[in-house]
Design a protein around this ligand. Structure first.
Ligand code: GLY
Ligand code: MN
Ligand code: MN
Length: 438
């Protein structure tokens, strides 16, 4: 880990400890390796909270924070490695390396945790943990609590000391540091290039999964080894299925394809959607809906700045849709319900998780935006193929346009602006010859 990253992770732990109650301890478990099928595991992805505070990228580890201690406030537990482990799995950080590698104060083998943890939590007035995410970690925590207090009454009292760590930690994660902003910017630049590549590559006869392969290729070649989520590559009537991930249909001329894909770069997500005509040219009906979604997205993005409410972006997009659908004759009045065609919210936080953590409301009010918050802005309109309430020309058209937006001190920055989205620019880009080269 470079010294800048070292300092960044340390700063996060310090800030969290400053937020913790006097006489408290926080216990965080890493993510777990998950079996995919016989002898094969899914690629490991660290728990985002754990990564945020450690930068450690292996399973079977714990971080313990004890702010009131004079020394050894941060204690780490992970697996030891012997020569055989190194031969089979390569060299990884063990407890001996963790202090230097991660900048924690103390580190022990994971096998010692059951002996050490009960003593650390014994006299603490409050025990912060994230309960309900990992079954095995929950069971371990309960065993540690029950280990100190062995009567039913004492166990109950012990559980009352438990507090959810998520609230404090997720408020911290919500506002991104300059370092984090740069990682999301890079993730978004890479993802934008991947969208442009796929847009250029698609042709009637392409399969949706092949389009995804073009995207994954660009991610990897640009240094992002995985996607932040399963790509949605939805052609034809599939583009009205909001979370379509089958990606197994063939693309046909005359249809649109909706591609929602983003890479993960050094654990930070991007989340971009583009919709374009497989033939390279929009039909008039497709272009009309596309233009309306683009205008709604521009209105939502324009509303983003410090001191406005999170919900203002959605409200701006909604107002554009209400007026535009009436102008197109799809509704009678701007007061008509449009929920059949615009059925999701416009914005969500983005960071280590593609749907990132942090409250959207404070008490009953939508919260105010602050510099350093990052969100995806993704209005969409979806006209189901069997929707008899609309003229046939609209049926089967689904359009979503999604970008990553950072709240800055003076307004906002669209981090994914490189992904082509003006309809004329899309047609120009798609019709450049030769089609399959970028
Ligand atoms: N890719 C998931 C979303 O757009 O929210
Ligand atoms: Mn998306
Ligand atoms: Mn999104």
């Amino acid at each position: 880990m470079k010294s800048r990253e070292h300092a960044e992770f340390k700063r996060r732990r310090t800030r969290l400890m400053e937020m913790m109650a006097p006489g408290s301890i926080a216990i965080l478990a890493s993510g777990q390796q998950t079996v995919r099928n016989r002898y094969v595991t899914y690629p490991f992805r660290q728990d985002s909270d754990f990564y945020y505070l450690t930068g450690f990228d292996l399973p079977d580890a714990y971080l313990v924070l004890i702010p009131d201690r004079a020394a050894a406030q941060t204690v780490f537990f992970c697996n030891e490695q012997d020569a055989k482990d190194r031969m089979w799995h390569g060299i990884h950080i063990g407890p001996d390396e963790a202090i230097t590698a991660l900048g924690v104060d103390d580190a022990f083998p994971l096998e010692d945790i059951d002996d050490i943890l009960p003593g650390l939590i014994e006299d603490k007035a409050r025990i912060y943990a994230s309960v309900g995410h990992h079954d095995a970690a929950d069971r371990k925590l309960m065993r540690w609590l029950e280990g100190i207090d062995d009567t039913d009454v004492e166990i109950e009292r012990s559980r009352h000391r438990l507090s959810d760590l998520s609230y404090l930690l997720h408020e911290l994660r919500l506002v991104k540091s300059a370092y984090e902003q740069q990682l999301i910017r890079t993730a978004s630049h890479i993802s934008a290039r991947a969208h442009n590549r796929a847009m250029r590559w698609v042709t009637p006869g392409s399969w949706e999964y092949q389009l995804d392969a073009e995207i994954q290729h660009e991610f990897a070649m640009a240094g992002a080894r995985r996607a932040a989520y399963i790509s949605i590559v939805a052609s034809g009537k599939n583009n009205c299925v909001l979370h379509y991930t089958d990606n197994n249909s063939q693309c046909h001329s005359g249809d649109l394809v909706l591609v929602d894909a983003g890479c993960e770069f050094q654990h930070y997500a991007s989340d971009i959607s583009r919709t374009y005509p497989i033939s390279g040219t929009f039909t008039p009906a497709q272009r009309a809906i596309y233009q309306l979604v683009l205008t709604a997205q521009a209105a939502a993005i324009a509303a983003i700045q410090p001191g406005v409410r999170f919900s203002d972006g959605h409200d701006a997009a909604y107002a554009v849709f209400a007026a535009g659908l009436q102008q197109l004759g799809i509704t009678q009045s701007i007061d008509d319900d449009i929920g059949n065609w615009f059925m999701h919210r416009t914005c969500h936080w983005l960071g280590l998780d593609v749907h990132d953590v942090g409250e959207y409301r404070i008490d009953t009010q939508s919260r105010m935006l602050e510099p350093g918050m990052v969100m995806a802005v993704e209005p969409g309109l979806y006209f189901q193929p069997d929707d008899l309430s609309i003229a046939p020309k609209w049926r089967g058209i689904g359009v979503r346009i999604e970008d990553v937006v950072l709240v800055t001190k003076t307004g906002h920055e669209v981090l994914s602006a490189d992904a082509i989205k003006d309809p004329d620019a899309i047609e120009h880009w798609m019709n450049k010859q030769p089609n399959r080269l970028i």
